[in-house]
Design a protein around this ligand. Structure first.
Ligand code: F6P
Length: 254
């Protein structure tokens, strides 16, 4: 393809938006794997995109990860109430990657409110059933399900399984099923088939499908395969903030 005509990043964004069929793809310069500056730009653009959707009483539900975290610090204060909730509980992440931590930051920067969701990573079916009956948890779950906006990251299947210290049996299964990517607890293969789902409470794929606004933020060449696969099943209202390195791979993949 005529890569040279895409010196203009917005033209590149429009072209891959058309090819993938989602609502919009915003492309920032560079490769987030190589350049911390690109990572910052992803956060700035994603933050700007979210900021433009905020209005009185907007509710936003957010997944964890370094991409959504970098977006948090680029949000600015709003003169009305907004509420942030973590999209899913207990995915096995370190504290800095946890959605609970990120929503607290988002609330701090916007002057909004947040709710935390405290759910252990591995619980028995019985404990799980009991937990979701707890009024405090139930109320956060309601807010997650009714949120106006979903903000989420997209990751590499292997990297995410390692980051979450996933047990060997599940890793083996992910390998056998050729998982390439992961988003909000769902692992999928190259074609976008869901091959494994982390059992935890919170936002489910069917909830995501019906949201009015979805912002996905993910960049870095090493995530290109995962992102291309995810875009095969992404709801069409998704806006993706990504970088040039990924965008060029998407151009080839679609
Ligand atoms: O675990 C939360 C999560 O949003 C995953 O669903 C996603 O794959 C990952 O984090 C993205 O993390 P990062 O932005 O650090 O690559």
């Amino acid at each position: 393809r005529h890569m040279e005509i895409y010196n203009d990043l917005s033209a590149l964004g429009s072209e891959i938006t058309k090819l993938t069929g989602i609502s919009r793809i915003i492309v920032v310069k560079g490769d987030a794997d190589e350049s911390p500056e690109t990572q910052v730009h992803l956060g700035v653009e994603a933050g700007r995109c979210l900021q433009s959707l905020l209005s009185p009483n907007t509710t936003v539900t957010v997944t964890g990860g370094s991409s959504t975290a970098s977006m948090a610090s680029h949000l600015a204060s709003v003169p009305f109430d907004v509420t942030f909730t973590p999209a899913r509980g207990g995915l096995g992440e370190d504290m800095i990657h946890q959605a609970n931590f990120i929503v607290a930051k988002m609330a701090e920067y916007t002057g909004g409110r947040y709710e935390a969701l405290y759910v252990p990573d591995q619980v028995s079916e019985q404990t799980y059933q009991n937990l979701i009956q707890e009024p405090a948890i139930h109320s956060v779950l309601d807010q997650i399900k009714s949120a106006d906006i979903v903000v989420h990251g997209i990751g590499n299947a292997n990297k995410m399984a390692n980051r979450r210290k996933t047990d060997a049996a599940v890793k083996k299964l992910l390998h056998e099923k050729a998982a390439v990517g992961e988003a909000f607890g769902y692992y999928f293969d190259k074609k976008g088939n869901i091959v494994y789902k982390v059992r935890t409470i919170g936002l489910q794929r069917e909830d995501v499908m019906t949201k009015k606004h979805i912002i996905a933020v993910a960049g870095g060449a090493s995530k290109a395969t995962a992102i291309a696969a995810y875009l095969k099943i992404a709801p069409e209202q998704t806006v993706l903030i990504t970088d040039e390195a990924v965008a060029k791979q998407l151009l080839k993949a679609f």
